[in-house]
Design a protein around this ligand. Structure first.
Ligand SMILES: *Cc1c(COP(=O)(O)O)cnc(C)c1O
Length: 425
């Protein structure tokens, strides 16, 4: 039953049996009832699978996670309370104090802070490298204790398209997985597992929900990385876990090892679960993901082409524009479209940018991106304001950069709004 992705958006994850609810039910319950204490005990020992407490697993969440795993072409997935929790858990599942991570420098500001400041406090050291670095420069970042490489498929907001082949090749040559944040293109436009990535994470807060209704995240495992072949690097997956009577995840769960460990250790102990109610809303968003991405991308391309022609605009960055530095990579890895987000600068720098933003009527100024409504943000003074000028530049963000998230309204109205605001600067 190999359905196309637009069908998977609707049909995957939940198949009701005779007489059951047609729509995925919300299991708004903290706990689940059993007839015998022995059965419950087996669940606690991971000898049987089943639901017992929503912090570990919930049927609504599992159905949505299964849908996303199917969209990405992975074997298993786990929902988290936010995209930040997904990034954190994806790394923490294989890195401990004394370990080292290599990350693209052009990543979401929150992730940058998590890696540069908070992971450091956990004793995990992170080296940042520009995604356009040569193979040799990438190679030079590796250390004995490197455990993973992290990057965004399309960087927020630098809009760098990742060279998946280069990154996965170098990661695998050093026996570590490539973790990719695929929030911006979504699996509709790009499936990182087809290009060598091993783990995918998302902020489902963005296009997947798509309506700015719920904060959430997800971790998806391709099942492709052979942890056992590098057992000395990944003791957490390959050596006995004393908190489950010495279970070895790679032996007991095979391709499900990584997600099982993340669930039964990290969720158990840290508890950043998505509420079943939010998972239900996320699922509604996922049903229209393919439709919405198509519209986001066609609208964004028209807006980018309009901006590129305007005499008031100093520069436009959108990977689907033919003159973009990343056009070739975009065509290679996401030929049907990239995302609805573009960046640009107006003539007159920061001051003109402020005037432009304040003059918009349809597009709103919000700390959000990638939802149905067109919105705009100035990263240097908001999401990325903790970064120094040097870090900003490394993250590919100039002081005049505006991030414009093109919604799914009628594109004519979006362009009329931009035009009148440009006329005011
Ligand atoms: C928003 C975002 C995050 C963080 O997600 P939250 O759901 O806000 O915690 C991570 N990565 C990218 C690319 C994002 O845009």
């Amino acid at each position: 039953m190999a359905y196309k992705i637009g069908t998977k958006c609707i049909q995957s994850g939940y198949t009701p049996k005779n007489g059951e609810a047609r729509i995925l039910p919300i299991y708004q319950s903290t706990t689940f009832k059993y007839e015998s204490s022995e059965q419950m005990g087996n669940l606690f020992d991971l000898k049987e699978s089943g639901y017992f407490y929503t912090r570990l697993q919930n049927p609504t969440n599992d159905a949505v996670a299964a849908k996303i795993a199917d969209l990405e072409g992975g074997v298993a997935a786990m929902l988290t309370s936010s995209g930040q929790a997904a990034s954190f858990f994806a790394v923490l599942n294989i890195c401990s104090s004394g370990d080292h991570l290599i990350s693209s420098s052009t990543i979401y500001g929150g992730t940058y802070n998590l890696f540069a400041v908070t992971l450091k406090r956990f004793g995990i050291d992170v080296t940042f490298v520009h995604p356009d670095a040569t193979e040799k420069e990438l190679e030079a970042c590796f250390r004995e204790n490197t455990k993973a490489v992290f990057a965004e498929s399309i960087a927020n907001p630098a809009l760098v398209v990742l060279d998946f082949e280069k990154f996965s090749k170098v990661a695998h040559a050093h026996g570590v997985p490539l973790i990719v944040d695929n929030t911006f293109p979504t699996p509709i436009n790009c499936r990182p597992f087809e290009h060598g990535a091993d783990i995918v994470i998302h902020s489902t807060t963005k296009y997947m929900d798509g309506h700015a209704a719920t904060v959430g995240g997800v971790i998806v495992d391709s099942g492709n990385f052979d942890w056992g072949a590098h057992a000395e690097k990944f003791p957490g997956l390959c050596e006995p876990d004393p908190s489950y009577h010495g279970i070895r995840y790679v032996d007991s769960f095979g391709k499900g090892a990584y997600i099982t460990k993340a669930t039964v250790q990290l969720m158990r102990d840290l508890g950043a679960i998505q509420s079943p109610n939010n998972a239900f809303l996320l699922n509604l968003g996922l049903e229209t993901l393919a439709l919405r991405m198509e519209r986001h991308c066609s609208n964004a391309l028209k807006v980018a082409e309009y901006l590129a022609k305007s005499s008031k605009v100093a520069w436009v960055n959108y990977p689907s524009l033919k003159n973009s530095k990343y056009y070739d990579k975009a065509m290679r890895y996401m030929p049907d479209g990239t995302c609805g987000v573009l960046t640009f600068g107006v003539n007159g720098g920061r001051e003109a940018a402020t005037k432009f933003m304040d003059s918009l009527r349809l597009a709103s100024i919000v700390t959000h991106v990638a939802d149905a409504r067109t919105c705009v943000l100035h990263p240097a003074s908001t999401t990325h304001r903790q970064l120094t000028d040097e870090q900003l530049l490394k993250a590919g963000i100039g002081p005049d950069l505006m991030r414009f998230s093109v919604g799914i309204e009628d594109v004519d109205d979006i362009i009329v709004d931009i035009e009148q605001a440009l006329n005011r600067i």
